[in-house]
Ligand binder design. Sequence first.
Ligand code: ATP
Length: 230
Amino acid sequence: MLLTFTDAAVDPLWKGLNLELRQGEFLAVLGPNGVGKSTLIGTILGTRKLTHGSVKTDARVGYIPQQRIFDVPLRARDMVSLSAAHGVVSKRGPAKGDVDKLLARVGASGIADRRVGELSGGQQQLVRQAQALATRPQLLLADEPLLSLDPGVAQRTVSLFGELKAEGVGVVVVTHDVNPLMGLVDRILYLAPNGHTIGTVGDVMQSEKLSELYNAPVTVARINDRIVVV
Ligand SMILES: Nc1ncnc2c1ncn2[C@@H]1O[C@H](COP(=O)(O)OP(=O)(O)OP(=O)(O)O)[C@@H](O)[C@H]1O
């Protein structure tokens, strides 16, 4: 298993979480603001402590954090180069060609030599994608990775996730909109005020199920293949 939560809790946000993620599995983490989705990612990264249970991973982890403005004087290629060097035993830095390949893979070749602080929010997000890939992750964690991306770049990002999944990378994506990712999602973890549930899209995205989790009437509507929760 790439990742295992056993009876895990972060009090008072969520508890009793049991979850195993396999190679190539794609998990979407959904739920309302403040329910503890980013916290869940933090417990995998080790930046947040569980108050009960355990989380285990032996995988190399790549992380695309929730968007925050970068205000650094480094060039995009320097940021990616630093990430690629991180955790590498050899003292030799990453080859320039490797960094170029990473930037090309996320569609950021054109901004390689621009200073990150001067890039747009969406362009900075591409740098974060390249940084996450620089560790050659076996497990990719992404917190709202499609936010502020235009439709073309968002589509490209979804395709990139699909390629990684096909390569056997396990992917955990926190999102408020599962629709763009629907073709990739194997399971949903839905965190809600009154508990959580894990299952396929069909299992989880049901009015009755979510009403139970919110302890209030919730309607799941399907409009032109899009799922809308109201
Ligand atoms: N380092 C921290 N220590 C203690 N509490 C925190 C910490 N970081 C966040 N919180 C709190 O934990 C709760 C859950 O935050 P989290 O960011 O995990 O929610 P989320 O589900 O990702 O929300 P959103 O959808 O708004 O991004 C919030 O009330 C937040 O204030």
